[in-house]
Design a protein around this ligand. Sequence first.
Ligand SMILES: Cc1ncc(COP(=O)(O)O)c(C=O)c1O
Length: 386
Amino acid sequence: MPTPQAAETHDLRNVETPVLVLDQHRMDANIRRMRDQLARLGVAFRPHVKTSKSIDVVRRTIGAPTGPITVSTLKEAEYFAGFGFTDILYAVGITPNKLQHVFDLRARGVALKVILDNVEMAEALAAAATQRNASLDVMIEIDCDGHRSGVQPGSDELLYIAQRLAAAKLTLKGVITHAGSSYSCTSTAEIAAMSRQERDAAVACAQQLRQHGHGCPEVSVGSTPTAYFADDLAGVTEVRAGVFVFGDLVMSGLGVVQPQDIAVSVLTSVVGHQKEKGWTIVDAGWMAMSRDRGTSRQRVDQGYGVVCTLEGEILEDLVMVDANQEHGVIAHRSGDPKKAPALPVGTLLRILPNHACATCAQHDRYHVVNGRGVQVNDVWPRLQGW
Ligand SMILES: Cc1ncc(COP(=O)(O)O)c(C=O)c1O
């Protein structure tokens, strides 16, 4: 199949839209900022690679050919194992139908760790490991903020799970938590408080396990907002941040990044207009942007994305107000047709996403540019699916 967006085009003005654009200059700055922050806090980094799903991005993130990573699918674990990564944490609760895959990866030398938050799954793991006479590294997920899954801090469930694992000679590696509630904070002070809450819950659970004779060497926390606003991570051994690498409008609405730090955008072409309505129609709809409307719950709703020039300069108050599968509708935030700028058919624009992970997931490659340049320096593939 021909690949019209291939590197040979060399220039964003020659590619067939829509495509995903990655500004390497901005990405490198985002990586530097997070690494500096974690170095200041004296804590190890286990980046979550679910945002980029790209070997080229992850190698730049860790500044080495391989290193500890967090994955959100076993497909990511397979992909990175293929590039020599061995220290991999699969940070979604394990299910029985994935166990064979997990044991296969471990048999190939990947020190894959799995997580769980209930006795049922601990028993299933114990049975599977005993049956195969195999070992497994396990972390217990803690619910630090009521956001999603995890054992409640202080509950007996934590000790019951640890006992089941110990009886089957499975290795309890530690505890893991993710303060997903940080995405709904309304001030940076609230994010800082959430960061302390995330740390305190994980450290307290690790201490509870140790007091009862269970080894619990690792205390893993992390989200991008709580990592950036952490002031002290005493007792924590590693941070798993992910979306920081690109940034997005949700992070910008939280005050975690500036809009001009956002490293990914979707390149799109103007298809036509509805002048009386002040609409400009483009060829990037929700297939290219995703349906994520994360900023709709924030103080400033950015629709399906903020509109920029081809070179990445934000066009003030111009947003994608609606999206069909392959059509996006661009209009002035006020809805006033007189304020809509003239954008002739064929004009190339770039749209900043609400949620980088979701938008990138719609695409199979990055067109890599630098700063305001339109030169495509590279095309980096990315993983999709499970
Ligand atoms: C378990 C877990 N750890 C870490 C992260 C990284 O969070 P962020 O993308 O905010 O850095 C996520 C994100 O969803 C997650 O689910």
